[in-house]
Ligand binder design. Structure first.
Ligand code: ASP
Length: 358
């Protein structure tokens, strides 16, 4: 065999093989596009040393945070945008409305496959729930934070951010509502809550459990939350710039009913009571709350107890007083739902229904 015919024999099949595999190779190299919207929090926090408890939230920019996560660019093409840089104790409805509108704009683009929001953990569950009700996309929207600042020994932010990008880039995360990824766990906005002031494993979903797990960019999904969210949600903030005032009042033994009067006098349109047990309050507070209803203020009974739901007419006659029961929503999330519900005129029955659906 001459050298020329030898080449012909192996080059032809090689070309065929390359052509056959070309689409697969192209599909493998086409990475999803993920946008990271940064709002601050401990994940962007910095301290003077790696072992001190005190630090400043929201001190590091999104570009520096992305640079601190080796390999994250293998999961997706990433672009960062700074929406705010605050500790989430200073998160406001102004920032949240801006964030929701930005997500809605980005999600319309065919070039965006998923969105990550970096956020402080203190009020993350409220922001996640707000976005769950107001973003209009089935593309993954994933909130992430950290319990230790970026400068700490064993900072948890970089791996949390890596896993959050992995979930946002995962087509299997679509249609599950707004998710939170922290410490390898994927949880849904309706059910999760912060349970420890300092532990890395702070977020839990006591009643409903995990949506899935995220492990170095590989995800396992166990379920899709059954609550209405995102594309099924009736709440539209396109033209909203402000939300009605809704206060949360914490009930306790021998509570003072005038807290309710004070809230009404200061312009609250709704009050969520973090009641004792199954959303209970003492007789004097029931009387004050019933008076508030007569003045047009919506009263929602939630509970200060971390798990379980609040039912109608268990020990308080909600029909008689015109109260709403929060079902599974804790006081801080019951407040988010009521703030959105009060944007439109609704009967007490209609508001009660929202607590069963969202
Ligand atoms: N105070 C911080 C915040 O919520 C705590 C944290 O992010 O873990 O922004």
């Amino acid at each position: 065999m001459t050298m020329k015919s030898f080449h012909k024999i192996w080059i032809a099949p090689l070309i065929v093989a390359i052509l056959m595999h070309a689409p697969a190779v192209r599909a493998q190299t086409k990475k999803p596009n993920v946008i990271i919207l940064a709002t601050g929090g401990t994940i962007a926090g910095a301290a003077a040393t790696g072992t001190q408890a005190g630090y400043q939230s929201g001190a590091v920019t999104i570009d520096a945070m992305i640079a601190a996560v080796p390999g994250v660019g293998d999961l997706a093409n990433i672009k960062g945008e700074q929406i705010a840089n605050v500790g989430s104790q200073d998160m406001s409805f102004d920032i949240l409305i801006k964030l929701a509108k930005r997500i809605n704009d980005l999600a319309k683009s065919a070039d965006v496959d998923g969105i990550v929001v970096t956020h402080g953990t203190d009020t993350m569950e409220e922001s996640a729930f707000f976005l769950n009700l107001t973003v209009k996309t089935d593309k993954p929207v994933v909130l992430v934070g950290s319990m230790r600042p970026s400068t700490a020994v064993s900072a948890d932010g970089p791996l949390n951010l890596y896993n959050a990008v992995g979930v946002a880039a995962d087509p299997k995360a679509k249609g599950r509502g707004v998710l939170v990824v922290m410490n390898d766990w994927i949880q849904d906005a309706h059910s999760l809550t912060k349970t420890s002031t300092t532990a890395v494993q702070t977020f839990m979903s006591p009643l409903r459990g995990l949506v899935g797990t995220a492990n170095y960019g590989k995800n396992d999904f166990f379920k899709t939350p059954g609550w209405k969210h995102t594309t099924q949600s009736e709440f539209d903030i396109t033209n909203v710039t402000q939300l009605p005032r809704v206060d949360v009042i914490f009930a306790s033994l021998d509570m003072s009913p005038d807290l309710i009067d004070c809230s009404v006098a200061n312009g609250a349109k709704g009050i969520v009571i973090a009641g004792v047990g199954n959303g209970n309050i003492n007789k004097a507070a029931v009387h004050a709350a019933a008076n508030a209803v007569k003045k047009g203020v919506v009263i929602v009974r939630s509970s200060r107890v971390p798990t379980g739901s609040v039912g109608r007419k268990v020990e308080i006659d909600d029909d008689k007083f015109g109260f709403i029961a929060s079902d599974e929503l804790n006081p801080q999330k019951a407040r988010i739902l009521l703030s959105l519900a009060l944007l439109t005129k609704r009967t007490p029955e209609e508001i009660q229904k929202l607590y069963y659906e969202y």
